[in-house]
Design a protein around this ligand. Structure first.
Ligand SMILES: Cc1cc2nc3c(=O)[nH]c(=O)nc-3n(C[C@H](O)[C@H](O)[C@H](O)COP(=O)(O)OP(=O)(O)OC[C@H]3O[C@@H](n4cnc5c(N)ncnc54)[C@H](O)[C@@H]3O)c2cc1C
Ligand code: SF4
Length: 491
């Protein structure tokens, strides 16, 4: 602990944002980094607890008290090395992680003293390292001669490929899209995370020996069975791409799209691509309704606002979470409570609407040309029957709102079943329970086939970038152990 009295002397302060009016004019990140002296004094607030909880709250088990201390001392390069010992891509998590570590910080046990700004310090360490040229390739000292195919280049595939290459294996990373990064590239908008950060990591991985093959859809362009025969091991990290559908009358109307039909287009435009005009899905000049109150829904409303929608509403099926948690009951775990995203603030300031809860959609109404023009439904009270939610209509809450673009952001039910899994004869990587939930996934990252492993959202269901990195790292350990009999890679 750099300064035993730090948390008594310094209040928490965190990164701010550019004003809404300014940030809506562009697609860049708008978080304002803290000045270096402030980051260091925020690091001094860490109590270096005898039993720290933050590093267990963090899915990659970042050694948070250690690098908080190093940051306070200004030993940035040591902090950079320490941070990378547990996290391959802290510049991703330092931008988009919801920071469960901060919920489990001991300072957060008390309602009046707020947690250490862990995510901001993480981001400052890696950004300083990037500026100073410390982000260099770490090629292996010797090669093993073993070949591994990694299918899917989201954060799980990237982390797994990087770890395996550093262990000396010949790794080929297959990606069906034209660019590497998975949902980091084509789900998360540039205003949350700019894509040059992925490009820098791709260059690092290539210099470490990873062969990148984009535009190759495994299970369609090449056979997954062939890969399993030709390579010593195969890792499946294809994400959970099957979106939850809205099964109501009018679903087939033009102007009703899944979020992941809409969001990738904007990321491609920002990257300089030109899309065929007849395929454009744009919110410009339209009444937009986004169904889904999570991260994906937020990204849809933020993108629609920047595209110049006439009006934006966001519906959530479930009820509004409590404003604050009961800390003695839930700490150090991740609490269910209301979290207002930066995109929701933008919508509020631009259109005066806030997320509407318990909104049940009954029907999408079309015009004479088959275009959606309105959405009809009611509000519901929610009860549970054997764990399943039951939506009970509340009298006199019927609504009908104008909508020329309806975006479905209601989550993902699991991996696609029509390509790599079908090809290999694996129906589902992880068994689900009767309610469709994924129980604790097996720790060995194995599938039912001997040399085929799985990691990330494809294995555990839709999750977070930080969990994908953890899965990629742990899966690399499992593959290395399978190939070599033992592994020096961290678990
Ligand atoms: C819109 C949106 C916003 C999100 N925002 C956040 C956020 O702010 N913070 C956060 O922590 N998490 C967020 N998430 C969740 C997070 O992005 C995912 O949990 C994470 O990216 C999962 O990583 P992954 O590597 O398992 O899979 P993915 O990122 O889904 O990557 C899978 C990759 O595999 C490729 N692929 C699939 N099948 C094949 C095949 N057969 N052949 C070749 N390639 C294939 C896909 O094209 C894709 O590139 C968000 C998700 C979405 C949809
Ligand atoms: S990766 Fe996420 S949970 Fe871990 S230290 Fe960073 S912000 Fe916290």
């Amino acid at each position: 602990m750099g300064k035993p009295t730090g948390f008594l002397e310094k209040a928490r302060s965190d990164r701010g944002y550019a004003p809404v009016e300014e940030r809506l004019k562009h697609w860049h990140e708008f978080v304002k980094p803290l000045p270096e002296d402030d980051v260091r004094s925020q690091g001094s607030r860490c109590m270096d607890c005898g039993i720290p909880f933050c590093h267990n709250g963090c899915p990659v088990n970042n050694q948070i008290p250690d690098w908080n201390h190093l940051t306070y001392l200004g030993e940035w390069e040591e902090a950079f090395i320490n941070l990378h010992s547990t996290n391959n891509f802290p510049e991703f998590t330092g931008r988009v992680c919801p920071a469960p570590c901060e919920e489990s910080c001991t300072l957060n046990l008390n309602t009046f003293v707020r947690p250490v700004t862990i995510k901001t310090i993480e981001c400052a360490i890696v950004d300083k390292g990037r500026e100073n040229g410390w982000l260099v390739p770490q090629p292996p000292e010797k090669k093993t001669g073993k070949r591994v195919a990694v299918v899917g280049s989201g954060p799980a595939g990237m982390a797994c490929a990087q770890q395996l290459a550093r262990a000396g294996h010949d790794v080929t990373l297959f990606e069906k899209n034209d660019r590497i990064g998975g949902l980091l590239r084509y789900g998360i908008p540039d205003f949350k995370m700019e894509k040059h950060l992925i490009d820098a990591r791709v260059a690092q991985m290539q210099a470490e020996g990873v062969t990148i093959k984009t535009g190759v859809h495994v299970g369609k362009d090449v056979s997954a069975k062939d890969l399993a025969a030709q390579y010593d091991a195969v890792v499946l990290s294809g994400g959970a791409e099957d979106p939850r559908n809205l099964e109501v009358k009018g679903r087939e109307l033009k102007g009703v799209h899944f979020a992941m039909e809409f969001l990738p287009q904007q990321n491609k435009r920002v990257a300089g691509d030109t899309l065929p005009a007849d395929q454009d899905i744009l919110a410009t000049g339209k009444h937009v309704i986004v169904i889904g109150g999570g991260d994906t829904g937020s990204d849809c409303i933020g993108t629609s606002t920047r595209q110049g929608a006439t009006h934006v509403r966001q519906f959530e099926l479930f009820d509004r979470p409590p404003q604050a948690e009961n800390k003695p009951v839930v700490w150090p775990h991740w609490p269910r409570k209301e979290r207002i995203s930066t995109s929701q603030i933008e919508v509020q300031e631009t259109y005066g609407t806030t997320t509407e809860y318990t909104m049940v959609t009954e029907e999408l109404i079309g015009d004479e040309h088959g275009n959606v023009k309105a959405i009809r439904g009611h509000q519901a009270s929610i009860t549970f029957d054997g764990g399943r939610p039951v939506f009970n209509k509340i009298d006199d809450t019927e609504f009908e709102y104008e909508a020329e673009l309806v975006l479905l952001a209601m989550g993902f039910v699991g991996p696609r079943k029509d390509d790599v899994l079908a090809d290999l004869g694996i129906n589902t990587v992880v068994q689900r329970d009767a309610l469709g939930r994924i129980p604790e996934a097996p720790a060995d990252y194995k599938t039912s086939l001997p040399n085929v492993f799985a990691a990330g959202d494809m294995r555990r269901g839709q999750s977070l970038v930080v969990w994908a990195i953890r899965e990629g790292r742990q899966c690399a350990h499992a593959v290395d152990e399978y190939l070599m009999g033992e592994s020096v890679l961290p678990r």
